[in-house]
Design a protein around this ligand. Structure first.
Ligand code: 5GP
Length: 201
């Protein structure tokens, strides 16, 4: 059976990742969205077990030592990690998997799995990103400043991703994302596609 494709999506918070991914996830039940574990405090829009699995630092570190994470990283003083088992179960079942993670985790995965497809979503500008974060109103100015400097650092790493998509208009960004997914699936499946033709003599 064809294995699924692993998509690793990064974007500084406020770039509209969620808005781009939502219709794509809703349109197919063959795409598994990996729910990360984190030690950060839940925000008002968070739902435990849906947006993140919220854990204590001790619980997270225990899972690290049990080798329970595919990857994990520290970001803005908190741990974030991808639980390992569900990712591999879904890929083996032929489902595509989407991870929404920061750059350090993305590059670690690319080293381990070169066939993973790295996609970076860019804001139209840093100025617009700050405006979106301030409008969200969920963090104080100190946290926003910290996230802005993280964003600038991460954007400078986007050149090493397989694809960058600019979120300057949501409809176009969604179309770009779908196009990238389609191309990546075709590329990952060339062998299966050829064999199907050859075996159908
Ligand atoms: P936020 O606190 O805004 O939800 O997420 C902060 C950053 O952590 C985002 O860039 C997000 O993509 C990243 N992140 C979320 N889950 C994971 C994960 O499991 N692993 C890694 N490496 N980063 C994650």
């Amino acid at each position: 059976m064809e294995k699924g494709t692993l998509f690793v999506v990064s974007a500084p918070s406020g770039c509209g990742k969620g808005t781009i991914l939502r219709p794509i996830l809703e349109a197919s039940d063959r795409i598994y969205y990996s729910v990360s574990a984190t030690t950060r405090q839940p925000r008002s829009e968070d739902v435990d077990g849906v947006t993140y699995r919220f854990m204590t630092k001790e619980g997270f570190e225990a899972l690290i030592s049990e080798n329970g994470f595919f990857e994990y990283a520290k970001y803005c003083d908190n741990y974030y990690g991808t639980p390992k088992a569900p990712v591999f179960e879904h890929l083996e079942n032929g489902d595509d998997v989407i991870l929404e993670i920061e750059t350090q985790g993305a590059f670690n995965i690319k080293k381990e799995m070169p066939e993973a497809v790295l996609i970076f979503i860019l804001p139209p500008s840093l100025k617009e990103l700050r405006r979106r974060l301030e409008k969200r109103g969920s963090e104080n100015s100190e946290v926003i400043d910290k996230r802005m400097s993280e964003a600038a650092r991460e954007i400078s790493l986007a050149k090493d991703y397989d694809y960058v998509i600019i979120n300057d208009g949501i409809e176009e960004a969604i179309e770009d994302f779908k196009t990238v997914c389609r191309i990546a699936r075709l590329k990952n499946n060339t062998e299966n596609i050829i064999n199907e033709v050859l075996n159908n003599a």
